[in-house]
Ligand binder design. Sequence first.
Ligand SMILES: Cc1ncc(C[n+]2csc(CCOP(=O)(O)OP(=O)(O)O)c2C)c(N)n1
Length: 372
Amino acid sequence: MIRPAFFYSELKKHDVNFFTGVPDSLLKNFCAYLTDNCEKNKHIIAVNEGAAIALASGYNIATREVALVYMQNSGIGNAVNPLLSLVDAEVYKIPMLLLIGWRGEPGVHDEPQHVKQGKVTLKLLKTMDISYEILSNDENELKKQMSICFDFISKNNSIYALVVKKDTFAPYSLKNVQKEELGLMSREDAIEEIVKASNRDEIFFSTTGMASRELYEIRDKYKMDHWHDFLTVGSMGHTSHIALSVALQKPDKNITVIDGDGAVLMHMGALAQVGVKNLKNLRHIVINNESHDSVGGQSTIAQSINLCGVAIACGYKYVRRVTTIEELVNILSEKQEASAFIEIFVKKGARKDLGRPKTSPIENKIALMKNL
Ligand SMILES: Cc1ncc(C[n+]2csc(CCOP(=O)(O)OP(=O)(O)O)c2C)c(N)n1
């Protein structure tokens, strides 16, 4: 296995001093190491992977140095446009190093949303003319790989990718873990209260990561069916757009979106789109733990912005911020007369024994469509 500290020091030897990206579960030990050890302005957790490519480009324009961009392979999609229309050799030819977590690697069991992405990951890189290497899990071997990789980058003044398999990085835990957020509920508690307070016909659209898994388990706990729920297992940041379209076509259905702060930030334009539509049958709930909790708990910038303020500016009419279960229960009992945005502050973390949906995405979708 590769110790995150070792990899970091190898990168430093090759003059990589700027790091940006969106966290991934396969890279979480390295991301945690960066969070603990990098100067503030030399590590930016980006809102999406395309933004990370842009940040790395700006860094290179300012300093001539090569930056590192980390991402899960599901983020390649977000990065394709800036990779091909900014960084590419036929446009601005900007050198950088990509570090890509390989979820859904063929032959390794993974969740449905990662399977196709895993199958096409290397093909996507080839199609974009991005040279790559699979990162070795042996430190001596890795040293040699790094020389080859940086020789390539400096000779060609171009991009290079390192693809990371599961269990490549040795464990590393964040040192600066937030102290227990006193009095805050968990994300699962919040979702449970929302489900309990909802009318049984309410349709739920839940975001990528643990929130969807928790919603699934809460339905089982209360012996409720799953055909009221659309679990957005992939496509992080797009849940509210899916829900908006359903809400527009089914005005007689009450729709609830359960979103995450990382997901909202990833495609924040959705707030504008949902806000201006001003639908009475759509309630947008953001569960804010100020982190990418599902993939290691790295901070988002939600702690530095006023999401409710953004929602008001975008046109949501009923906007509330909640920090305790009592407040949540009260708010949920209020009648919603206008397009709603509710931000719930929760602590980080999930149950260790949290399960995964037992039915496939296609089965879930068909069940929901029949219900609609
Ligand atoms: C495009 C894309 N990039 C990265 C990921 C990896 N990923 C899965 S869940 C998650 C964190 C989501 O954070 P947030 O919305 O705040 O929800 P939380 O996990 O904190 O409940 C990330 C980064 C992904 N699925 N898709």
